[in-house]
Write a protein that binds this ligand. Structure first.
Ligand code: CU
Length: 465
């Protein structure tokens, strides 16, 4: 029903884009997100997943083939009736609801890219999607001196046409938790996204004393998900139709859905920990719609240590709210009873009205419970506060390419004021008093509100050099 040409391409160096200049030997595996150690690659200079050493950089080569694909196709054998089959190569289970999707190398999420600061990342992207153009954006990477690798169609490059391969070739010159995604139309929402993590040598991370492990398998990519290809849902959201919004979420590419009885048994993502250790989790809001999500580890608090890749003064929190494109790094102290606990992702705003949520499992080593025996605790929805849901209407995500900015202030227009009057008022204020503003590259601007940000415009486009 589907060909195996992807495998053939990956195995035949003469046909691998990059084979001629010997990059093929640096080809990284597609499953680094499942690694539960950073030391695996220490002995092998071609492995980019490793304990980072300051001053030591490697070449990290990837080949992504973008294809039209399907959830629960024949690659899945008897999944979900036979759960083992759900983990067969090229089997995409998503939330257990069959639909057409787009994939990179026949997996969701697409292959993770986990490297060290200063590594050279080379990704050959082959567009094997009929009648579609594509590009890939590396969300959060500054691309200083290499703006033409930013992946914005017809701004920084021409789109990759059907049948073509384009080489992205750039240096990972800022560290943190990022994601890659297609920047064409709604392809990101149909499956073309994956994590991108640039680690630092531990000695360079001001918060490194707060955790014991920073594992590749503890990168949690959360995306919003639909029962059909997203393009079928557009144009646009209607202002008064509250039935529109994400149908579901995927946590690490997995979840369950309300529609199909089979979906009840589709496997959830499992994140493993050992009691007594502290783990850095890198959580990515790979969302596309305007609705924020809330994440909670049942029975555990989180110590927030980074936002959008930038270290912050640690803050203990119960839950984290993410808008489209935001990332947070948290430390989870595995200090509870040896057991399994729910990780719960809950949609806010419209998605709260629709009761959209998803689950994953935090599993302690030594427990016999594959999943918690308790039902997930129904969390009360947050009161609508001025930061996230000012008028019960849409926030709008704002994202800056090429920089992190300092968030100085965020607010909502007072009754009777206009944007012009707010700007005039803000001009009279002295913002230099702000101490330790968070560094971000993505924020949710409150509905009928504003944000004051500050950044130094020192990342010119190529024409200005
Ligand atoms: Cu971006």
């Amino acid at each position: 029903m589907f060909s195996l040409d992807v495998n053939i391409q990956l195995n035949m160096t003469s046909h691998v884009p990059g084979g001629s200049d010997n990059l093929g030997r640096y080809l990284q595996p597609d499953d680094v997100d499942s690694y539960d150690s950073l030391t695996l690659g220490d002995d092998d200079i071609t492995s980019c997943v490793r304990d980072c050493v300051a001053g030591e950089a490697r070449v990290c080569y990837y080949h992504f083939v973008f294809e039209e694909y399907q959830v629960l196709n024949t690659a899945c054998g008897n999944c979900p009736d036979n759960i083992t089959d759900c983990f067969l190569p090229h089997c995409v289970t998503a939330n257990g609801y069959p639909r057409a999707i787009l994939t990179a190398n026949r997996q969701i999420p697409g292959p993770g890219i986990q490297v060290c600061l200063r590594d050279r990342i080379v990704v050959d992207v082959t567009n094997a999607m009929p009648d579609r153009e594509t590009t890939v954006h590396w969300h959060g990477i500054f691309m200083r001196g290499q703006p033409y690798m930013d992946g914005v169609p017809y701004v920084t490059q021409c789109s990759i046409l059907e049948g073509q391969t384009f080489r992205y070739d750039f240096y990972a010159n800022n560290a943190g938790t990022f994601l890659w995604h297609s920047h064409d139309g709604f392809q990101k929402m149909d499956g073309l996204a994956g994590n991108l993590v640039v680690r630092l040598a531990k000695s360079l991370d001001p918060n490194s004393h707060l955790y014991d492990y920073d594992l590749p398998s503890h990168v949690i990519l959360i995306v919003d998900w639909y029962y059909m290809q997203f393009g079928n849902d557009v144009p646009g959201f209607q202002a008064h139709d509250r039935t529109q919004g994400a149908d579901s979420f995927l946590i690490g590419g997995r979840g369950r859905n309300k529609k199909s009885s089979k979906g009840k048994k589709s496997p959830l993502s499992v994140y493993r920990v050992s009691r007594g250790k502290r783990y850095r989790f890198r959580i990515i809001g790979g969302l596309c719609s305007e609705f924020p999500i809330r994440i909670k580890f049942e029975g555990h608090k989180m110590l927030l240590i980074a936002t959008d890749g930038n270290p912050v003064k640690p803050l203990m929190v119960d839950t984290v709210v993410l808008e489209a494109g935001m990332r947070v790094d948290v430390v989870l102290d595995a200090s509870q009873l040896v057991s399994s606990y729910w990780i719960r992702v809950q949609g806010l705003a419209h998605c709260a009205f629709l009761d959209v949520q998803q689950l994953a499992v935090l599993q302690y080593e030594g427990t016999t419970e594959a999943e918690p025996s308790t039902l997930p605790i129904k969390l009360p929805y947050l009161p609508q506060n001025k930061v996230f849901i000012p008028h019960g209407n849409h926030n709008h995500p704002f994202h800056l390419h090429g920089y992190s900015f300092a968030l100085i202030e965020m607010g909502v227009l007072k009754n009777g004021s206009t944007m012009e009057s707010v700007v005039e008022e803000l001009k009279t204020r002295n913002f230099s008093q702000s101490k330790f503003p968070p560094l971000l590259d993505t924020i949710g601007i409150p509905n009928q509100g504003y944000a004051v940000i500050r950044f130094k415009a020192d990342n010119p486009g190529k024409c200005q050099e």
